[in-house]
Each structure stands twice: as structure tokens, then as C-alpha cells.
Write a protein that binds this ligand. Structure first.
Ligand SMILES: [Zn+2]
Length: 391
């Protein structure tokens, strides 16, 4: 191809992305409105929209009533034309979802008690589950944009490498080798990064562009950092490992090899362990703990107060280091907003010379337990809608 032809093709691809992105946001537009909004000619828009209709990702939706005379045709976004698969690795389970282009969940499956030491077998189980889900939903692989993995560790997303996930006991896992298992591309992201991007794209953080997402897991804490609307990953992809910053010299040993890491004092299971140490009673899960807290059981209250002190210390450190517009709290704490957010806020915003409550918005995750997995799903459609993949 001549350089001119290549250039023409690139411009057309770029325009296609812009039109799709606008349609997804506005849902319904006339050709004239699209042309005006994107500063393109009507014939250019018409040609691309015709292709989108043929592909199924846009459809005709009658005529506009708003204009007198010859009424222009309305074009509508068709979110079910394509699907995304996403997989979330946590200590207790592997969750798999199928979503449409709007990241609305169409199917949800869980593999309980996964054996991460038998990765070949686990990936084969995941493949079988995705095939079952697709068959149930009558989705052909040609209509799946990709499969995104949310991983609780340091991820080299370009190479498909999980460098380290101390809490899963994994190191240097080359996920690229599993590409032949799936007839569509695989994508990877750290779970807190994925959650942060999902809040930015689907949640309420859309306007403000500097976000830190604190993902409190049962055995760890991850943070995803977004600066100016882009993920900040760092040179070695481990930016945001606040969970492993020490808040206690000679403190509790951590799976990372250091001592006194924040996550040893503020991850979800600390509440259950603290309660068990004091009472000898092993609670089933965090819901059982918060049930006891809601009836003001003294031991639960005591364990919770200490826990909040530690959780607040780490968030204050993030505030000093990042100075973001938003700090989001999510992960396993997601269902317990009513009991956590206010007392946590009071601890974070104690009087100090640097910041007040007005300087940063402390928010609860709007996507609840779905934040990471939806972020992983969005990885697959990034190329379809956006001109540049996040740095
Ligand atoms: Zn650590």
C-alpha cells in the first residue's frame, strides 16, 4: 500500500472509533448529529455507520421527530453485538463473567477453591467454563472481543506475565503460553488497576481524573493509581504496592518477606483473625463479623476499632503521596459501607496541617465486588473504542 492509502485507512479507523465511542455514550443520534459533534462530513459518517450497521454494532431506530420536513434517520448503539469475557483470580475463588459492550454482566460463574499451584489444570477448567457460558448464552467466539484477567499481584500486561502474587503463592507465571486455549486475545491487569479503570469508565469518577482505588482483599491490599486519566504502573509495573509499605518496624511478618506491611494489619481477614484470637471462635466470613459488630458485641467492636486505625494510617499515607481527587475503597469491604465509611473518614481526617476533608473525596466503590472483573472485561474493548490504549 502507498503511504497515502495507509494514511487514509488509519484516519478511517480512527473515525470509526470516534463514532462508536460517541454512539455508546449518547445511545441514539442522527447521522447529522454525529457529523456535527465529531466535525466530520455527512458522507464520511454515512459510510462508516453503514458498516457498523452491517456488523451489528449499530442499528436503525426509526426517524427523528424533532425536525420538521424530511426526518433524519436515528442510529442506535447495539451493545449486545459483541461480548467480553473476564476472569478474576482471588485466594478463595476464580470468577468468570461474560458481559456485553456496556460491561453489563450476562453470565456469572465461580470456580471455588482453585489450586493455583496446578495452573495448567486451572486454565483448562477456565477454558471449559468459558465454553459452557458461551454455549448457554448462544455466543459464538467471533463475537467475543477477548478475555481479560484481573490478577492480585505485579502484572506485566504487555508480556502476559504475572511477576509475583505473594498471597496466591505465585511467581513468574507466563500466561502468554495459554493463548492457544482461547480463540480470541487474552488481556491482563493487576486487580486494583482494573478496579480503578472500571470506576473511571463506568462509575462516578468520570469527571475527576486523578484516582486511587484501594482494593482491600481477604489476604492483601492492592491500590490502583490513575493520574490524568491514565493508569500509572511504574517502571517495574509495581507502582501502588501500598499494601507492602511498612507501618510497623519489626512488625508482623508478611508473605513478601518483609515485616510490618500495611496489609498485615488492614486486609479483610485481619478482622476474622483478631476476633478468633480474642474469643477462640472462628467466624464464617466478614458478614458474620459485621453482624456481631451491628449488635455492638464488645470484642467485635474492639477488633474493629483497632482495624480502622490501621486502615486509616495507610490511606493517610496514600493521601500524602498521591494527593488525588478521589480515593475509592472497595474489595471485600464493599458490602459494609454503612459500618466503615464514616468512622474511617473521622480517623483519616483528623486535624493536621496538610489537608482537610474538602481536599479529597473519600468514596465507596460504586461497582461493589464487580469493580476488578469489569475492569478486566473493559480491557478487551479498549482497542475498539479508544484511539490509544492506556500507557
Ligand atoms: Zn509485604
Amino acid at each position: 500500500m502507498t503511504p497515502r492509502a495507509i494514511n487514509h485507512k488509519a484516519i478511517r479507523a480512527e473515525n470509526r472509533k470516534k463514532i462508536l465511542s460517541l454512539l455508546q455514550k449518547q445511545r441514539e443520534l442522527t447521522l447529522q448529529e454525529i457529523a456535527k459533534e465529531l466535525d466530520l462530513s455527512v458522507p464520511t459518517v454515512t459510510t462508516i455507520v453503514e458498516q457498523l450497521i452491517e456488523e451489528g454494532v449499530a442499528q436503525n431506530a426509526g426517524v427523528s421527530e424533532s425536525v420538521a420536513g424530511r426526518r433524519p434517520k436515528v442510529i442506535q448503539f447495539a451493545p449486545d453485538a459483541y461480548n467480553m469475557l473476564a476472569v478474576d483470580f482471588t485466594l478463595d475463588a476464580v470468577r468468570i463473567v461474560l458481559t456485553n459492550l456496556d460491561a453489563a454482566i450476562k453470565a456469572d460463574a465461580t470456580i471455588t477453591a482453585p489450586d493455583y499451584q496446578q495452573m495448567d489444570a486451572l486454565m483448562e477448567t477456565i477454558r471449559q467454563e468459558t465454553e459452557r457460558i458461551m454455549a448457554d448464552q448462544h455466543v459464538r467466539s467471533a463475537h467475543v472481543l477477548g478475555i481479560g484477567f484481573s490478577l492480585p499481584g505485579v502484572v506485566d500486561e504487555e508480556r502476559g506475565l504475572l511477576k509475583i502474587a505473594p498471597n496466591l503463592g505465585l511467581k513468574q507465571v507466563d500466561f502468554a503460553q495459554y493463548a492457544p486455549l482461547f480463540p480470541f486475545p487474552m488481556f491482563f491487569e493487576n486487580e486494583a488497576n482494573a478496579a480503578a479503570m472500571a470506576e473511571l469508565k463506568l462509575g462516578v469518577a468520570k469527571e475527576m481524573r486523578n484516582v486511587v482505588y484501594v482494593s482491600v482483599l481477604s489476604e492483601g491490599i492492592g491500590t490502583g493509581i490513575i493520574v490524568g486519566g491514565q493508569l500509572y504502573r511504574g517502571k517495574n509495573k509495581r507502582a501502588g504496592e501500598y499494601g507492602h509499605t511498612s507501618i510497623m518496624p519489626r512488625g508482623l511478618p508478611c508473605s513478601c518477606g518483609r515485616r510490618g506491611c500495611w496489609e498485615r494489619y488492614a486486609s479483610g481477614n485481619v478482622l476474622l483473625q483478631g476476633y478468633a484470637e480474642r474469643t477462640g471462635a472462628k467466624l464464617r466470613d466478614l458478614t458474620a463479623f459485621f453482624d456481631r459488630l451491628s449488635v455492638n458485641e464488645p470484642v467485635a467492636t474492639d477488633v474493629f476499632e483497632t482495624y480502622l486505625d490501621y486502615l486509616a494510617i495507610g490511606i493517610q499515607d496514600i493521601l500524602f503521596a498521591q494527593d488525588p481527587h478521589y480515593i475509592y475503597i472497595g474489595g471485600v469491604l464493599s458490602p459494609f459501607k454503612e459500618q466503615i465509611l464514616e468512622p474511617l473518614r473521622q480517623r483519616i481526617f483528623v486535624e493536621n496541617m496538610f489537608y482537610t476533608e474538602q481536599d479529597v473525596a473519600l468514596r465507596w466503590t460504586t461497582l461493589q465486588a464487580n469493580a476488578s472483573i469489569l475492569g478486566a472485561a473493559l480491557l478487551s474493548c479498549e482497542r475498539m473504542f479508544h484511539s490509544s490504549v492506556t500507557a
